[in-house]
Design a protein around this ligand. Structure first.
Ligand SMILES: Cc1ncc(COP(=O)(O)O)c(C=O)c1O
Length: 431
């Protein structure tokens, strides 16, 4: 492939700083760059000129963004924060703020991390990570319980081969299975770590987190080059004692120069803003410095520019408003309490031994979901249909594992839900 000189410049920085990262980049990742000399670059240079006829956005005669009053009247924000384009990197204020928030929520990160790049929420962040790191045919290691959209976002989009490792053993994280999958043939390893996990609602204990980090380190010491895609969609929703509160990103951020940690997170679930479509992609690696991170940020922003151009300015502005509000933390705590009460209600209901004849919960301690494993011989799909049609209860069937989104139900409905599930299992048997 003919390398664009601007991409080459970024690659040269990356190779000089840490050649492993260059090896981890996909062909597309090596080829991408943020066009400094293009329309955006020229527009940036023209900022502040008396007559600025650069960018493709219309301006009123008074210099404010051209806008329709029928829309503007609904939004109580300065029009420049609403109607204008945001940068492909994301707005600098929210990027810096999110970086600060990552450090605040993960106080054991002591090292330098990149300035987050804004994506159109996590799905897009995962897609951008696929763009940058996955070559056709590359294996991506996922747990055997994983968010199904990795199929579209990585397998369909970038021809990744999703390879599963067993998630649970003896009621906890199956460390050996993860180790085995990392130690298979081949130097480059792409792994997805998603805690709290969708669908299981599992976050490792402190000890398990240490063990996960240790085996990733051992693999790196053995010569594996690892890019860890950390899907932190449900970060912050841990409901039990003894469960790790910080992201695995914190554990990997300064682990080994062969381990690139890519944190994919966002406001979607952390700030209860699903439709805003604001997420972030943040890098950390042992020895990483501003120049290295800037090269990775430029590549990521280039990939964003080529896919969605930029994320919603309005959404970024509303979030910034939230972050700056004195009540923000208190409001988040209040919502957390509601979520925890639903989690507790489920735990309480499932202490009743009557359910065990038909289904048993998989380990869960966090997030939005929990799963139950149906007993041999039961058909999850038929049971799901009976639950809808006879009992008016909706759950998700994943190959005879039933996923319950407790985040979406009132605590007082927990018992009715599982009683309905139990009744549907009995109905199935009687068919
Ligand atoms: C594990 C996981 N990652 C990512 C996402 C997608 O998040 P977003 O809506 O920000 O794209 C979800 C949402 O369902 C999810 O469960």
């Amino acid at each position: 492939m003919n390398m664009n000189p601007q991409a080459q410049e970024l690659n040269d920085v990356i190779i000089a700083k840490n050649p492993v990262i260059f090896e981890l980049l996909s062909d597309k990742g090596r080829g991408i760059f943020f066009p400094k000399k293009g329309i955006l670059g020229q527009t940036a240079e023209a900022k502040g000129t008396k007559i600025n006829a650069t960018i493709g956005a219309a301006i009123e005669d008074d210099g404010t963004p051209m806008r329709l009053q029928s829309i503007a009247s609904k939004v109580d924000l300065d029009p420049s924060l609403v109607f204008s384009y945001a940068s492909s990197f994301g707005r600098l204020d929210i990027r810096n703020k999110w970086k600060e928030i990552i450090y605040e929520k993960n106080s054991s990160i002591k090292t330098e991390i990149s300035v987050p790049i804004v994506t159109s929420a996590l799905t897009h962040g995962i897609s951008m990570a696929g763009y940058l790191f996955v070559n056709p045919g590359d294996e991506v290691i996922v747990p055997n319980l994983f968010w199904g959209n990795y199929n579209l976002g990585l397998a369909n989009a970038y021809d990744a081969k999703l390879t599963k490792f067993n998630l649970f053993k003896n009621g906890g994280f199956d460390i050996q299975a993860l180790k085995d999958s990392l130690m298979t043939e081949g130097e480059k390893k792409i792994i997805i770590l998603n805690f709290p996990n969708n669908p299981s609602g599992y976050t490792p204990t402190y000890k398990e987190m240490d063990e996960i980090a240790s085996i990733i380190k051992e693999a790196a010491q053995a010569g594996k080059k690892i890019v860890a895609l950390i899907d932190d969609a449900y970060f912050g929703l841990v409901f039990e004692e003894g469960i790790a509160q910080e992201s695995i990103f914190a554990y990997l951020s300064d682990l080994h120069s062969n381990v690139l940690a890519v944190k994919i997170d966002g406001a979607t679930k952390e700030d209860y803003a699903w439709g805003f479509r604001v997420g972030f992609l943040t890098y950390a690696i042992k020895g990483g410095d501003a120049a290295l991170y800037e090269a990775l940020e430029m590549k990521t922003a280039g990939a964003v520019r080529g896919s969605i151009s930029n994320a919603s300015n309005l959404s970024q502005s509303l979030l910034m408003h939230g972050f700056a509000s004195p009540d923000y933390k208190e409001q988040k705590r209040a919502k957390y309490k509601i979520m925890k009460s639903r989690f507790n209600a489920i735990k309480e209901v499932l202490t009743d031994s009557k359910y065990a004849e038909y289904f048993t919960p998989l380990p869960y301690n966090s997030g939005y979901f929990m799963c139950v494993q149906l007993k041999e011989g039961l058909d999850g799909e038929v049971i799901r249909e009976i639950m809808i049609n006879k009992y008016g209860i909706g759950i998700i069937n994943l190959n005879n594992i039933l996923r319950v989104a407790f985040a979406a139900i009132a605590a007082e409905d927990a018992k009715e839900l599982f009683d309905g599930m139990l009744a549907a299992c009995k109905d199935y048997e009687a068919l």
